[in-house]
Design a protein around this ligand. Sequence first.
Ligand code: ZN
Length: 289
Amino acid sequence: MAHKINHFLLLICFLPALAGCFNTTVDTRPIKNPDDQRAEKPSVAVIHEETAALRANEINTSHWIHLNRPARIPILMYHSISKGNNSLHVPEQDFQAEMKWIKDHGYVTLTPAEAYLVLTRDIKPGKKCVLITLDDGYRDSYRTAYPIFRKYGLHATIFMIGKKIGAHNHLTISEMMEMTKHGISIQSHTINHQDLTLLSPGRQKAEMALSKALFDQMFTQETLSLSYPFGRYDSETLKLARETGYKMAVTTKPGAASRIQGMFALHRIRISPGISLTRFGTLLDRANQ
Ligand SMILES: [Zn+2]
C-alpha cells in the first residue's frame, strides 16, 4: 500500500510538469457554482471489498433482466451534502431520507461499470436501478454521505477534481481509498475543473487524459466515466472523451439516461434541496420505465 501511495504522490507532484506537455495551465481560482450551466458501517447489504468487481468484464450478468428497448436509468446528481444557500447543497437529513427511500424500495445501486453494461446492452440487474453520483469531491462526500451509503449498503460514484485532492474541504487520498474498498467509485471530473469548451483541443485532451491516468493509477482501475465541469461540452469534447479512453460521460442535462443521448452525453437528474420524497420517488420510478 505504501508503495502504491508513493506512486500516487509522485504522479501528483509531476502533474504540473505533465500538464505542461499538453500546454495546460492550472487554474487556482476558487470554484463557484460547480456544474450548473445556469449559475452554477454496513447494515443490510454488506458491500465487500470489490474494486475488481467495478470492472465491466468481471461482472456476472447471467441473471440480469433483458429488455427489448434501449435501457433507461436515473443518474442522480448531487454535489455537497450539507446546509447551504444554493441548489448545490442537499442537507444531510434530506439525503439520508432519500438514500433510505432507495433502500426501502428495492433499488439496485449501480457501479459505473454496471451502468455501462445496462446502457449499452439493454440488460438490468433488477427492474429498478439507479446510479448515484456526487460531483466535485467535497469532504462531506466522506464525512456525511459515505456513512449513509454504508448504513444502507449502497453503491455510489464520486466525480473527483484532480487538483482538489487533499485541498481544503475536499477529499484526501486516504478517504478515497477507504471508500473505494466499500462500494464507492472515484471517477473523473478533470484536473482543473475548467469549462472544456473554452479550451483548445490539446488542453481539453490533457484535462481528460491526465485525470484518467491519475485515477487509473491511484485506484488500480480503469476509470471509465467522466463528468464535464459545469456540464459544458461540445462536439470536440465528445470526440476527445472517446479518444482518451473513457466509456461514457455525464452532463447536467435533465432526465433519465439512455444511450440514445450518446454515451458521452448522458443526462442526469439533479436532486435539489427540499424536494419531497414523493417527488424523489416519482423521478426515480419514471426514469426506469
Ligand atoms: Zn463540478
